[in-house]
Write a protein that binds this ligand. Structure first.
Ligand SMILES: *Cc1c(COP(=O)(O)O)cnc(C)c1O
Length: 414
């Protein structure tokens, strides 16, 4: 019998041999490993025997976390990285070559958007289109398109990519389909269910959740036929074709590029993962209550939350995700100054992070989207008064009270 999500995570470390019958995997700080004889050493290097070579590429604590994430994603194999950006960057470095083309969303996470610009200058064409409809993705495909990269829920405006239809398109065309699952997390959504080839998670966000470790992961769902992918180096073709992609990502991203997750961080993330489901449920409940409160408040002109009936992809969100996530963005009514409002919050923290246990708020046009300029912000639909909220797991009434008292400063406007 297959056990359910949280049970599997809690008992995952013990399903393999574990030191001293510990209930979870210990933190291994060794950078190197000693072998009983030269044959054994050679076999581990050649991949003929399971073992660890050097902690830049793999480490027992990180390997236990990788197993856990593979389980969460119902995937084939996972490679962990120092951050979510390292996971995305390593995937591109490992799998793309000059002259290739990729199609992605115009509503990308800011740093991923910036990375797309770098990829472009390195000789890969990048087309950014509105990914809420598969027709835009299809129209952007070229003969040299290698992969399609989308996020589940975009931040800050919470647009949802046409995930299932893009999956069908990629399968028909033999394209690699890469989904950034960070805003949903594998508890709310498994990209494998819409045909994704790779699922990427910033572990820093919901999976860790406690704001105390950075990390990223790439999971191969096992659905893509790597024997069709033109950019696999001959040296990795000696493994089973199923493992070509993740092996190349691990070798290029970790061994050659060194974007390694530390064992200490892997441990913290693994502990966070144990309560992912509980935290996503609680944050989701809080987000639902707050979105309803904002939707009728006179000082708020717009609320972006996939759980609201009038969200353009509400139906899609309901069909695909277990819940609607915990990111809400709001725009204030005419004449309400967003800095004044933010300065009035007593409990909610002004912070650029998201997916934390604590509720966080940020005015996006003045911060994360400042560098790109007003024109690109307008294209992305980012209003000057747009505030992104990452809803945490505080007691619900305390959050409602804090937002209510902060918004009360505008009551003279009504
Ligand atoms: C935060 C984030 C990332 C990057 O993750 P880091 O761990 O901060 O590097 C990538 N994608 C999305 C959607 C994110 O929210």
């Amino acid at each position: 019998m297959t056990r359910k999500f949280t049970t599997q995570i809690l008992h995952s470390d013990r399903s393999a041999n574990i030191e001293h019958f510990a209930v979870h995997k210990p933190i291994h700080t060794a950078t190197a490993y000693g072998y009983p004889d030269a044959n054994h050493l050679a076999r581990v290097f050649q991949g003929a025997e399971v073992g660890f070579v050097y902690s830049r590429q793999s480490n027992p604590t990180t390997a236990a976390l990788e197993t856990k994430i593979t389980t969460m994603e119902d995937g084939l194999a996972t490679a962990c990285f120092s951050t979510g950006m390292a996971a995305i960057g390593s995937t591109f470095i490992a799998l793309l070559r000059a002259g290739d083309h990729i199609v992605s969303s115009s509503y990308l996470f800011g740093n991923t958007n910036s990375l797309m610009g770098t990829i472009d200058t390195l000789g890969c064409g990048v087309s950014l289109v509105d990914a809420t409809s598969v027709t835009h993705i299809e129209a952007a495909l070229q003969e040299n398109t290698r992969l399609v990269f989308v996020e589940t829920i975009a931040n800050p405006r919470t647009q949802i990519a046409d995930l299932a239809k893009i999956g069908e398109l990629c399968r028909e065309r033999g394209l690699l389909y890469v989904v950034d699952n960070t805003l949903t997390s594998p508890y709310l959504f498994q990209p494998k269910t819409v045909g994704a080839s790779l699922s990427i998670n910033s572990l820093t966000k919901y999976i860790c959740g406690h704001g105390n470790a950075l990390g990223g992961a790439v999971t191969d769902t096992g659905l893509y036929d790597w024997s069709q992918y033109p950019n696999i180096y001959d040296t990795y073709k000696k493994f089973e074709p199923k493992l070509w992609g993740i092996t190349q990502i691990r070798k290029k991203g970790l061994r050659d590029f060194g974007s390694t997750l530390t064992a200490e961080s892997a441990h913290k993330i693994a502990i966070g993962a144990e309560t992912l489901a509980l935290r996503m449920e609680r944050a989701g409940d809080n987000a639902t209550a707050l979105a309803d409160f904002f939707a009728t408040h006179p000082s708020i002109s717009k609320v972006y939350y996939p759980g609201l009936q009038d969200h353009p992809q509400h139906g899609l969100s309901k069909a695909l995700f277990k819940r609607h996530g915990a990111i809400i963005s709001i725009e204030l009514a005419e004449g309400c100054d967003c800095f004044e409002f933010l300065n009035q919050l007593k409990l909610v923290i002004l912070s650029s992070h998201l997916g934390d246990n604590r509720t966080l708020a940020i005015p996006v046009a003045h911060t994360i989207y400042w560098e790109m300029g007003a024109e690109r912000r307008a294209e992305m639909g980012i209003d000057d008064s747009l505030i992104r909220l990452s809803i945490g797991i505080e007691d619900q009434q305390d959050l409602l009270d804090d937002f209510a008292q902060a918004l009360a400063i505008f009551s003279h406007n009504e």
